[in-house]
Design a protein around this ligand. Structure first.
Ligand code: SF4
Ligand code: SF4
Length: 382
């Protein structure tokens, strides 16, 4: 079969299987993407992601290393934007916001099952097993570099891949194959003079256009980061409890885009989380509630830490008793952030809870957090 016929067969099969976007790129080494990624790694912009190493970047930009004999990469995308747009969801009471990609089912399993089905379907049609490897964002492959080369989308200044039909609300996936396929050209689109995402970021995480300091990004802080959240960033994190969509919400390319046709992603039941419930959930409740959700990545303690920061920023005094309980009963990381939240909310009750916890606390880090929180509360207020 000719490369063009074969590419068409693959595109048809992928579309039938539910992929919204399917384009083909060559499997040549991604040299400039490798250099850019290594430079960012060396400058510390990816600090806090221990798995993001130099050798991973080198492997992920060399398709031949991932699949000997690699000739083409199938670049795939599935929209995850529910019919109800993120800004249309009402957040009432002490609730924390969740990035839209995590509103539905965990995409890793859904996309991997679908890529497996694609390879099986193409193998059956060709009458022989297709040599391939497939990846979502948990593999070494630089998914955005593949999507850019294949013309699935173009790089936005917010570092996301922007697609014409679905904006940046897409999960990307790739299948490397040793099939000779006709490749698609990159798009000639750019952000032009727009800078909305750069100025909208509440933590000032963009070092420059197309360049993000991961360590300041709310997405990283609430999902990947395992320790205490730096004090100076906590007040800037608003009510985000898992991820952040601000630089996507403000993007004009994301207006008037099609929503997902995938039921697994078209849900909104995790669009906002009851923060007091999160603060008090047991490990079992956490596992049960988030078993099929990307939110499980934050782990229970991480989510409770995030809930404290969000509650501190919301400043609802009715949550002081729950924060006081967390200050006494939570794990050290949660106790420290509950102290910060109480200090941020302030008032007599918060001060009383902090003073009483200080007498019982033995962990040096938590003691230090309680002292800072007490200092933050102006005496005789509230
Ligand atoms: Fe900034 Fe949020 Fe975008 Fe991160 S996700 S760069 S914190 S706007
Ligand atoms: Fe590009 Fe503007 Fe969207 Fe940022 S907000 S990614 S600059 S189009």
């Amino acid at each position: 079969m000719y490369p063009q016929e074969l590419a068409n067969l693959i595109k048809q099969s992928a579309t039938t299987l539910g992929f919204d976007l399917v384009r083909i790129s060559s499997a040549e080494r991604f040299q400039s993407d490798e250099e850019i990624a290594l430079d960012r790694l060396q400058r510390g912009l990816l600090d806090g992601l221990p798995w993001y190493t130099e050798s991973r970047v080198r492997r992920g930009t060399s398709p031949e290393e991932l699949l000997p004999g690699a000739k083409s990469i199938i670049s795939l995308g599935v929209s995850y934007l529910p019919n109800e747009r993120p800004e249309a969801v009402a957040y009432s009471g002490p609730h924390g916001r969740v990035a839209a990609y995590a509103w539905g089912e965990d995409y890793h399993g859904v996309l991997k099952r679908r890529m497996k089905a694609l390879v099986e379907d193409v193998s059956a049609k060709l009458g022989h097993a297709v040599n391939s490897r497939w990846y979502v964002d948990d593999g070494p492959m630089l998914d955005r570099a593949v999507a850019q080369r294949a013309g699935t989308g173009w790089f936005g200044k917010n570092t996301n891949i922007l697609t014409s039909q679905f904006g940046s609300w897409v999960f990307l996936a790739q299948v490397i194959t040793d099939l000779e396929l006709e490749v698609d050209p990159p798009l000639k689109k750019t952000c032009g003079s727009c800078t909305r995402c750069l100025t909208a970021c509440p933590t000032d995480a963009f070092v420059s256009p197309y360049e993000l300091d991961n360590t300041r990004c709310i997405s990283y802080l609430t999902i990947e980061h395992r320790g205490p959240i730096p004090h100076e960033l906590r007040p800037l994190m608003q009510d985000w409890v898992f991820g952040c969509d601000i630089c996507q919400d403000v993007c004009p390319v994301n207006l008037k885009v099609s929503s997902t046709r995938e039921p697994a992603f078209g849900k909104t039941d995790s669009a906002s989380l009851d923060l007091v419930w999160i603060l008090e959930m047991s490990e079992e409740q956490f596992r049960e509630r988030f078993r099929h959700s990307p939110i499980k990545r934050a782990k229970r303690v991480g989510l409770q830490r995030n809930a404290c920061v969000a509650l501190g920023n919301i400043g609802d005094r009715s949550t002081i008793p729950a924060l006081a309980r967390a200050l006494n009963e939570g794990e050290a990381l949660v106790r420290g952030h509950a102290a910060w939240a109480l200090g941020h909310i302030g008032g007599v009750d918060a001060r009383g809870a902090l003073a009483s916890a200080l007498r019982a606390e033995s962990d040096a880090d938590v003691i230090s957090e309680i002292r800072l929180a007490l200092d933050a509360i102006v005496p005789n207020t509230g």
